[in-house]
Ligand binder design. Structure first.
Ligand code: ATP
Ligand code: MG
Length: 575
């Protein structure tokens, strides 16, 4: 391909709003452009990267025995009503009406469509198991579209759905998909961790894992143990109970009574800490939630964060939201800012680390008052003690007792045992070998194709450009003529191009009438694996070969060689 004929609008500066380094470089190298928030065009170079990622995903899905389909993006609302998700999905679901005012949704994921297909077409165990997949556009009206392709509102996903006669069959497919995902991420050159995840909103009955590409911009916190290799999502991470906090001197004497302390205008834990000169770990935070409309109290230590996903599970609630001031004020015995467990009169879920406290400071359930010396289990009942807080860095691993460490990750893939949630809700069934009617056991498997591209950009970003791994780079070789007008140079470039094309390599020729400095800067930005610069040595068939693969540090290293040696070098490196 001739660069002079290609749309590669490189930029010296990235637009100010691009925060992530990979996003900035995708813009600067002319690979993508934003059309609206979270909606992007892929320009020729970007499209080639995306197609390479797609190819890797497709090859691994086919290898795992999955069948490719293409399902509609535009989906009737009735289908979503059958699964109950038309309302449940909330504002993230893009909705529209046709000319007859019939409602439709733009698919954020395709469980409904694929389950309806199985309901109509598969009715015998003889047709099971099978897995369908597709690569296509998804729509999610994300609250915060961010970091370019990382969190888009229109993006490319590979989604797969498996149907099995029983859980054993599903387990086998799940394992095969797990392996396929590992191979995809390895082939994309990504550094990643597979973590135990939480069933979350898709709502399944079985296990689920997420594949996290490591990157500072990642919005997910991964909890890992360097000692035993344990890795989980923050929402899911298991850990040993915290050490019980030391008591302040005044309380270590074991005073048996609860003291009332006037704390005018002091409402938050932080305010209370400075007002009383005490630590957050000596306090109990009493949080009020609406669980399916019922007011419930959840207690965690002042220095801990409540894990609302764990709380939701413990309560078995469909919907859980933090109670707003109005909901609290509607309850006559509650005082916003001063709520505590003593005499509260609500159902209370108590975190295990609160239950282990000897004494604590809490709200007094009256304005401007707190209580100190409150003993869990004595001054308020411990009817339901659960693990409802997030791990903190420094907590100990439940498997081996070593200290847990936090890392940031980008969720690039997600595999999920759905069970019969959708087949039950939508009435999909098949006859087993005894002629009994059963619901197929399903799994779903998503991988963000455009997000993968962004994650690679993030991990391979340098100051000057993205060093694309050869497996996804838009071209293999950048052939740069220092001066295209120089006949000798042009001749060597064209000969080299022909030889490389004959060997099956993908070649980008910089034939522009630009200054050499501009060409080199653009070549760095575009970041192809091997550069061949044809300059003054052309008459003697001498060229300069540059590659990031030459130096372990990933820096561009250049060496002089003959054109013939350059062809051999490319073959050695890339085949
Ligand atoms: P997140 O927690 O990041 O919103 P999710 O849990 O909603 O992700 P899934 O529903 O599991 O994501 O979707 C499968 C895959 O699709 C994800 O692992 C991710 O790679 C990709 N993906 C999800 N949302 C987006 C998005 N807004 N932009 C780009 N890719 C996305
Ligand atoms: Mg999401």
């Amino acid at each position: 391909m001739r660069q002079s004929e290609m749309l590669v609008p490189t930029l010296r500066e990235a637009p100010a709003e691009a925060e992530a380094v990979g996003h900035r470089l995708l813009l600067r190298s002319g690979m993508i452009r934003q059309l609206a928030a979270g909606i992007y065009s892929y320009l020729p170079l970007g499209r080639r990267v995306l197609l390479n990622v797609e190819r890797i995903v497709r090859e691994e899905m086919d290898r795992a025995g999955c069948q490719e389909v293409l399902l509609p993006i535009m989906q009737p609302a009735e289908l979503w009503e059958e699964s109950g998700r038309y309302t449940q999905y909330g504002p993230e679901l893009m909705r529209l009406k046709d000319r007859h005012t019939r409602e439709f949704a733009l698919g954020p994921t395709h469980e409904e469509v694929v389950t309806a297909l199985a309901r109509d077409e598969v009715n015998s165990y003889r047709k099971l198991p099978f897995t369908l997949y597709q690569i296509g556009t998804k729509f999610r009206d994300e609250r915060r579209p961010r970091f370019g392709l990382l969190r888009g509102r229109e993006f490319i996903m590979k989604d797969a759905y498996s149907f099995a006669a029983n859980w054993d069959e599903l387990d086998r497919t799940y394992k095969a998909m797990n392996e396929a995902y590992c191979r995809i991420l390895e082939r994309c050159g990504l550094e990643y961790i597979r973590v135990e995840a939480d069933a979350g909103t898709i709502g399944g009955q079985g296990e689920t894992h997420e594949f996290m590409a490591l990157a500072d911009v990642g919005e997910d916190t991964i909890v890992t143990c360097k000692h035993c290799g344990y890795a989980a999502n923050l929402e899911k991470a298991a850990f040993l109970p915290a050490e019980s906090p030391l008591l302040a001197d005044s309380e270590a004497g074991g005073r048996a009574e609860v003291l009332r302390i006037a704390t005018p205008g002091v409402r938050t834990i932080a305010e209370l800490c400075s007002f009383l000169d005490r630590k957050a770990e000596d306090m109990i935070k009493t949080l009020l939630y609406l669980a399916d409309g019922q007011l419930v109290a959840a207690l965690v230590r002042g220095d801990h964060e409540l894990n609302d996903i764990a709380l939701k599970q413990v309560l078995g609630a469909e919907e859980l939201t933090l109670a707003d001031d109005a909901a609290i004020a509607a309850h006559s015995s509650l005082t916003v800012g001063y709520i505590g467990p003593v005499g509260l009169g609500l159902r209370m879920v108590v975190d295990a680390d609160v239950a282990a406290m000897k004494q604590a400071i809490t709200g007094a359930n009256e304005p401007d008052m707190h209580l100190s010396g409150v003993r869990p289990g004595v001054d308020f009942a411990l009817d339901q003690v659960e693990r409802i807080r997030f791990a903190t860095e420094g907590d100990r691993c439940q498997s081996c007792g070593e200290t847990l460490v936090f890392t940031k990750g980008i969720e690039v893939g997600h595999i999920f045992k759905l069970g019969t949630k959708y087949s039950d809700a939508m009435g999909a069934s098949f006859l087993d070998h005894n002629g009994r009617q059963c619901a197929p056991v399903m799994g779903c498997y998503g991988i963000g194709v455009s997000r993968l591209m962004a994650a690679i950009a993030e991990q391979y970003a340098t100051e000057d450009g993205i060093r694309w791994p050869a497996s996804v780079a838009p071209y293999d070789v950048h052939l740069i003529a220092v001066s295209w007008k120089d006949e000798q140079q042009q001749k060597v470039v064209l000969e080299l191009e022909q030889q490389l094309l004959d060997r099956g390599f993908r070649v980008l020729v910089d034939d522009r009438n630009e200054r050499p400095g501009v060409k080199f800067k653009d070549a760095e930005l575009i970041g192809l694996p091997i550069h061949i610069v044809v300059g003054r040595g052309a008459a003697e068939s001498q060229v300069e070969v540059g590659s990031h693969m030459l130096a372990a540090s990933g820096e561009m290293k250049r060496i002089d060689m003959t054109a013939q040696e350059a062809v051999r070098y490319v073959t050695e490196q890339l085949v």
